[in-house]
Structures are given as structure tokens and as C-alpha cells.
Design a protein around this ligand. Structure first.
Ligand code: ARG
Length: 257
């Protein structure tokens, strides 16, 4: 073979290897190098994440802290809109997400999920004196408030007869509940424990005995392919579930309800 061609092939091979080496730094390598791991969440979701001044506390915060501890690095919190969390994983802005996030088929296409650590359901909240909603079917003509991009939002999309005017989207469940209290919307569809926490602290609201959708499973998420990091999270979750700690933490951070 022509020597020039051999040299060219060799050169290209080396270049490819070098590029792969740079691009191939895993999230775990980055975490170990920076000595910190970035947890992405949306901190208005009691008892899973609660903002307390500068800090974020709650069940997911304790799990995230245990993950950082197992990795032997510092935990950094990125509190952002719920809807931005998966793309923040994809872009590397955050290393893992813990946000009472439900495993869904669509999300699984964009991120890898840990083992489940909690089971939740959607509940319907209305004004305390509202006796008009008797069945799930009654929701189809109402104005439903949801946290944008959540499973409550998807359930509302399935139920409503008026996709344009029948759903009001908010950044947090708390804002949706506030608008319900103010009489601007007819109901809120959101996860059970955060709804209960807000309703117990807000006068004039009640949760209906209706199941608008199936049970959901919460899990932590990592960028697609970040298997090493996911394994660490799964180990932490297995330990905390086996010891009953998750249950204990849910009770602890639900206190005051
Ligand atoms: N479980 C619902 C979902 O995954 C809502 C989660 C909202 N979490 C939060 N931290 N705001 O869509």
C-alpha cells in the first residue's frame, strides 16, 4: 500500500481515538473530577421537595444527599421548572433528577430511570363547597388546573373536551391551588401527597374521592446511558427502601398536615 495512504489512515485513526477520548468522559468521571454532583429538582412538592430559605429539604433531598455521600462528593441543588428537568439532564446542566418524577414511556425515551421508590396517584381538588363533581366524566367540561408538564397535565389532556380552554397550566401545584381558591378555575389535578399537604394548609379546598387515572411510580432519572451513576442511585434506593427509611422520611416531611 502507498505509504502516504498508510500514514493518512494511521493519522485519522489516532485523531478519532483522541476525539472519542475527550467526548467519552462519563458523567461519573466529571462528578469525581469536580468533586460535586448536581441534583435537579423543582422544589415545591411536599413532602418530596420543600424550599426552606436557601435550602431544599424533603424525601428527595435526603435521597440526593445519600447519593452524594455514596459518591464521596458535595451535593449541589439546581431548583428549576419541572418541565425543564429532562432537558437539563440531556444538556448536562444537572447530573441526576429527583423530583417526585413519575416513570412514563415518553420520558423513558429521553432519560434512564432508577428503580421506583414511591407509588402515587392523581387526585382531584375542588372548592370545599363544590358538590357538582360526582364522576371523572364530570371533569371533561371543567377548567382544570395542573402543574405544567406533569402527569396531572397529561391526565387533564386525556379528560378534557376543551383542549384550548379546559386546562390552565401553572409552574407549581401551589399556584394552581391558589387560583382554585380564588375561584378562577374549577379543580386541580395533581399528585396525592402534595395535594393533601396544600389542602390541609389551605382553607376552602377539598380532595374528591375520585381516581382520574392509574397508579404512578416515582423514580430518579439520569441522562441516557449514565449506567454507572444509575447503579449508585439504585444501590442507595435499595438500602433506603429495605430499611424502611423512605417511608419514615415521607412521614417526617408530611408532618404538620
Ligand atoms: N409525578 C408528577 C410527574 O412526574 C409530578 C411531579 C412534580 N414534581 C415536582 N417536584 N414539582 O409528572
Amino acid at each position: 500500500m502507498n505509504r502516504k495512504i498508510v500514514a493518512l489512515i494511521l493519522g485519522l485513526t489516532l485523531l478519532c481515538a483522541a476525539l472519542a477520548g475527550c467526548g467519552g468522559q462519563s458523567t461519573l468521571d466529571k462528578i469525581e473530577k469536580n468533586k460535586k454532583v448536581v441534583w435537579g429538582t423543582n422544589a415545591y412538592f411536599m413532602p418530596f421537595e420543600i424550599r426552606e430559605g436557601e435550602d431544599v429539604i424533603g424525601v428527595d433531598a435526603e435521597i440526593a444527599a445519600a447519593v452524594a455521600k455514596k459518591l464521596g462528593v458535595e451535593l449541589v441543588v439546581e431548583d428549576m421548572e419541572f418541565e425543564s428537568l429532562i432537558s437539563a439532564l440531556e444538556s448536562g446542566t444537572v447530573d441526576f433528577v429527583g423530583a417526585g418524577m413519575t416513570i412514563t414511556d415518553e420520558r423513558k425515551e429521553k432519560a434512564d430511570f432508577s428503580t421506583g421508590y414511591w407509588t402515587a396517584v392523581q387526585v382531584v381538588t375542588v372548592a370545599a363547597d363544590d358538590e357538582s363533581v360526582l364522576t371523572v366524566g364530570d371533569l371533561s367540561s371543567l377548567v382544570i388546573g395542573v402543574q405544567s408538564g406533569t402527569t396531572g397535565d397529561f391526565v387533564a389532556e386525556d379528560l378534557t373536551n376543551n383542549p384550548d380552554t379546559g386546562i390552565m397550566r401553572y409552574n407549581t401545584v401551589i399556584e394552581a391551588m391558589q387560583d382554585l381558591k380564588n375561584g378562577n378555575i374549577d379543580c386541580v389535578i395533581a399528585d396525592d401527597l402534595p395535594s393533601q399537604a396544600i389542602v390541609s394548609q389551605t382553607e376552602g379546598l377539598k380532595i374528591l374521592d375520585l381516581a382520574p387515572s392509574d397508579e404512578e411510580t416515582y423514580a430518579f432519572a439520569v441522562k441516557k446511558g449514565d449506567t454507572e451513576l444509575l447503579n449508585v442511585i439504585n444501590e442507595v434506593l435499595a438500602e433506603m427502601m429495605e430499611s424502611g427509611e423512605i417511608e419514615t422520611l415521607v412521614n417526617k416531611y408530611s408532618l404538620g398536615q
